[in-house]
Write a protein that binds this ligand. Structure first.
Ligand SMILES: [Cu+2]
Length: 549
């Protein structure tokens, strides 16, 4: 890829040892504008929020183990699934790959020493923290946290006496963190590429971050304005969304989903980029259809902005409108399918190394495909009317958002861990944890497809006895999943503390981050690299494989 002189004998102090300011200790982190340190700040705080949201998920599943009351009352149940949704979406899945791994690796993959606006980057993390603390603090306030669901549908979110305003405010502030990250990434990709790093030599993770950043910048303001209008209507009683004041509640749904459907691509596109990064490395094959994958990220971002009303087929709109949104929903699945085809084509006849990063990617492809196919079922008008607001929908978006992006984040952690921390984790324990997490995950969510198809409504505290077998399997699945997650994070933590020193390139990657010191120095490169070829050039392995060597 790039010719970079790296005399191995003289390791310079790395970014964990020194930083961009003279501060030592905690201030060296809280005031550092080094993109790598900001990436880690996001990682640690994001995982703390993830743990809290998993806790709420555990309680929701425990409550649904039996019909009627099991452990918590109905109001607490409503508040737990609302906070679970808000934290998982705005504080884990949306920031997950872009803010953690994008921040850490985007500049390095471009051959740059940092993003173009380092201070703005640090500000986006502070907005992330402030938004997160506001969201969680609502839970501790008298009256308790919001019980509206993460969609804040009106007119209920205008009338509920729970603390919905802090939740609205939290999402509003977090939106700005996302927008600033998007502005930083777009400008960095246009202005900070190393000599020779043309657009069609950029790694596909970078392309996916580029498409994501445009959605972050263009769509996020819409949710910001919409949530601000709800806060204004609550405070001033002006009739915007409340029908009793002459407002229109369906208008709210349109505004909400005009952001929130494209937002699912802010969530999934970076994970798709990560998959395109990992597969060539562990298959030792040049990626199949580089340009198709690159452009399919842009196509998803573009067409994904035209399908929002498929969330509202039961809200009341004309047949023509329903037909158009259903058609566009099918249409947007094409670029996603292109990616899956190209990933599988790259794996086909590859020299597969089944290490943990690839194992999480294989789970991703399996689960994302189930999420995609069930998305088509929900996009079809006939079946949507039957399945809307059932646990089938809950299973669908968990297969895309958790089975997809969540597993993408786990894959990224296992792939880039050695470069970030300079140490290796135990591969055997990591592989075992992957198996437990994948089995637990599918036991938890797959039964929800069946119970949803049979009529189990989502968000209901209680249910008919005939649904109990599905809930029991699902709840036991949640215990197995959480046990697997604990083993996974314990193994990474142990690796970070005392794992064996990591080599510069443990997996045999060919993108720029694998040419830097491990962990990288503050400026990433001693001298600016010159790029002469495209990414993922495994031609020498492929010709060797052909000759049967
Ligand atoms: Cu949607």
């Amino acid at each position: 890829m790039a010719n970079v002189a790296m005399p191995a004998d003289r390791a310079e102090p790395n970014y964990l040892e020194v930083t961009t300011n003279s501060h030592k200790g905690i201030l060296g982190w809280l005031l550092s504008v080094d993109h790598k340190r900001i990436g880690l700040l996001y990682l640690y705080t994001m995982l703390a929020f993830f743990a809290v949201a998993v806790g709420f998920g555990f309680m929701i599943r425990l409550e649904l183990l039996t019909p009627g009351k099991t452990v918590i009352d109905a109001q607490t149940y409503n508040q737990f699934f609302t906070l679970h949704g808000i934290i998982m979406i705005f504080l884990f899945i949306i920031p997950g790959l872009p803010a953690v791994f994008g921040n850490f690796f985007l500049p390095i993959m471009l051959g740059a020493k940092d993003v173009i606006f380092p201070r703005l980057n640090l500000l986006s993390w502070y907005l992330f923290i402030i938004g997160g603390l506001i969201a969680v603090s609502a839970w501790l306030m008298p009256g308790g946290s919001a019980d509206t669901g993460w969609m804040f549908y009106v007119p209920y979110s205008l009338r509920t006496t729970t603390n919905v305003v802090p939740a609205l405010l939290a999402a509003f502030v977090l939106g700005f963190s996302s927008i600033l990250t998007g502005i930083n990434f777009i400008t960095t990709i246009h202005r900070m590429r190393a000599p020779g790093m043309t657009f069609f030599r950029m790694p596909l993770f970078v392309w996916s971050l580029y498409a994501t950043a445009w959605v972050q910048v263009l769509a996020t303001p819409i949710i910001g304005i919409t949530l601000a209008l709800v806060m204004i209507e609550r405070a001033l009683g002006v009739g915007i969304f409340d029908p009793s004041l002459g407002g229109d509640p369906v208008l709210y749904q349109h505004l909400f989903w005009i952001y929130s459907h494209p937002a699912v691509y802010i969530m999934i596109l970076p994970a798709m980029g990560l998959v395109s990064e990992v597969i060539p490395v562990f298959a030792r094959r040049t990626i199949f259809g580089y340009k198709f994958i690159a452009f399919s990220s842009l196509a998803i971002a573009l067409f994904g902005s035209l399908v929002w009303a498929h969330h509202m087929f039961t809200a009341g709109m004309s047949d023509t409108a329903m037909f158009v949104f259903s058609f566009l929903t099918f249409f947007v699945s094409i670029p996603s399918a292109i990616k899956v085809f190209n990933w599988v084509s790259t794996l086909y006849k590859g020299s597969i190394q089944a290490d943990p990063p690839l194992l999480y990617v294989l789970s991703f492809i399996f689960q994302f495909s189930i999420g995609g196919f069930t998305g088509l079922m929900l996009g079809a008008l006939s079946t949507n009317i039957h399945l809307q607001d059932t646990s089938f929908v809950v299973a669908h978006f968990h297969y895309v958002m958790f089975g997809g992006t969540g597993f993408g984040i786990f894959a990224a952690m296992h792939y880039w861990f050695p470069k970030m921390f300079g140490r290796m984790y135990n591969l055997k324990v990591a592989t075992a944890a992957w198996a437990v997490v994948t089995v637990g995950y599918n036991l938890l969510y797959f039964p929800l497809f069946i119970s949803g198809y049979l009529g189990m409504p989502r968000r209901y505290y209680d249910y008919l006895p005939e649904f109990q077998p599905y809930h029991m399997v699902s709840t036991v699945g949640s215990w197995i999943l959480i046990f697997g997650l604990i083993v996974m994070f314990w193994n990474l933590w142990r690796g970070m503390r005392s794992g064996p020193k990591a080599p510069m390139n443990p997996w045999g990657g060919v993108t720029l981050e694998w040419t830097t010191q491990t962990p990288p120095i503050v400026e990433n490169f001693r001298e600016v690299p010159t790029v002469t070829t495209g990414p993922y050039d495994y031609s020498r392995y492929e010709s060797a494989a052909k000759e049967g060597k």
